[in-house]
Design a protein around this ligand. Structure first.
Ligand code: NDP
Length: 284
């Protein structure tokens, strides 16, 4: 049944090869290298792993990367002044502020202080606005990766019923907007949605992004649906699991992303993509 798998690593590799080639060409023609700065405040272990993975991925495609690891006690002003410095640093095309931030720091104030031209996560309200209008500049990486995977596997989106489970600003909402722009009929579900099972059962495409292990079960899924599992949940046995009950659902769906190896690698890849795009736009 491996033919049902949407292989995020494979799609990632193809896109990373394109990024690498483009970066090499820019270096030859303009003597410029794309640069990404990751800012990490505190000791959150998962964040440390993400940042390390991002650094390795940058190296693989020829993107310069730097990490700014700040202690948990860093003040908001200190963080804002670092971001200001990075906003004005010519080697840096993309700035990523790793979330979550410690509770004494105002997250949206910090995200809004990143220059929209270097906002490779696509979280700045200006970039969210462009996306909403259908003129995106930087698309948030996870939803962007989802669309790239659907396109790679020739999944028809137009006219299909797409259900997005979850309405966060970083995954659910932008995923819904992108699917809408591809002419799907989109339903966004959340914790207050009634008759969730009925809504899901009618979906041709399901994007599950709620952070609840194995939430979507075989009985909720229509025969032949395409399933994108964004969730990353740590089980008691230490293993990772998605928001979808993979073993059950794969019996009825037509395509499904595994966890790990589906959406995860695509998120980092689209971050690299946005960093390259930022440099391309600054060159003109
Ligand atoms: P949030 O916690 O910000 O949002 C979760 C959403 O799920 C909310 O909108 C919430 O509804 C909804 N929800 C929660 N419980 C239910 C329920 N029982 N029924 C219906 N809806 C529900 O999560 P994120 O969007 O940040 O992340 C979602 C998952 O994706 C997490 O597991 C996260 O780790 C993972 N993730 C993975 C990435 C990757 O690269 N693979 C990248 C980013 C996230 P309400 O708004 O009503 O509270």
């Amino acid at each position: 049944m491996s033919d049902k798998i949407i292989d995020g690593k494979l799609v990632s590799e193809k896109i990373r090869n394109v990024i690498k080639e483009k970066a090499q060409r820019i270096q030859k023609e303009f003597s410029r290298v794309p640069g990404l700065a990751a800012v990490l405040v505190g000791e959150d272990p998962a964040s440390q792993i993400y940042v390390r993975n991002k650094r390795r991925s940058c190296e693989d495609v020829g993107i310069y990367s730097e990490e700014h690891k700040l202690s948990e006690s860093t003040t908001q002003d200190e963080l804002l002044s670092l971001i200001d410095k990075l906003n004005n640093d010519n080697k840096i095309n993309g700035i990523l502020v790793q979330l979550p931030l410690p509770s004494h720091i105002n997250e949206s104030l910090v995200l809004n202080s990143v220059s929209p031209e270097k906002d490779v996560d696509g979280f700045h309200p200006i970039n969210a606005g462009y996306l909403f209008e259908g003129q995106p500049k930087f698309i948030p990486c996870t939803p962007h990766g989802i669309i790239k995977m659907l396109e790679f596997y020739n999944v028809e989106i137009e006219g299909k019923n797409a259900v997005v489970l979850g309405r966060s600003n970083i995954v659910g909402k932008p995923a819904a907007i992108l699917l809408l722009q591809k002419n799907a009929t989109v339903t966004i579900c959340h914790s207050r949605t009634r008759n969730l099972n009925e809504v899901l059962k009618n979906a041709d495409i399901i994007v599950a992004a709620i952070g609840k292990a194995h939430f979507v079960k075989k009985e909720m899924v229509k025969e032949g649906a395409v399933i994108i599992d964004v969730g990353i949940n740590r089980l008691e046995n230490g293993k990772l699991a998605g928001d979808v009950d993979f073993d059950g659902v794969r019996e009825v769906c037509s395509l499904i992303t595994p966890v790990p190896g589906g959406v995860g690698p695509m998120t980092i890849t689209m971050l690299l993509w946005n960093t390259l795009k930022s440099l391309e736009e600054s060159i003109g």
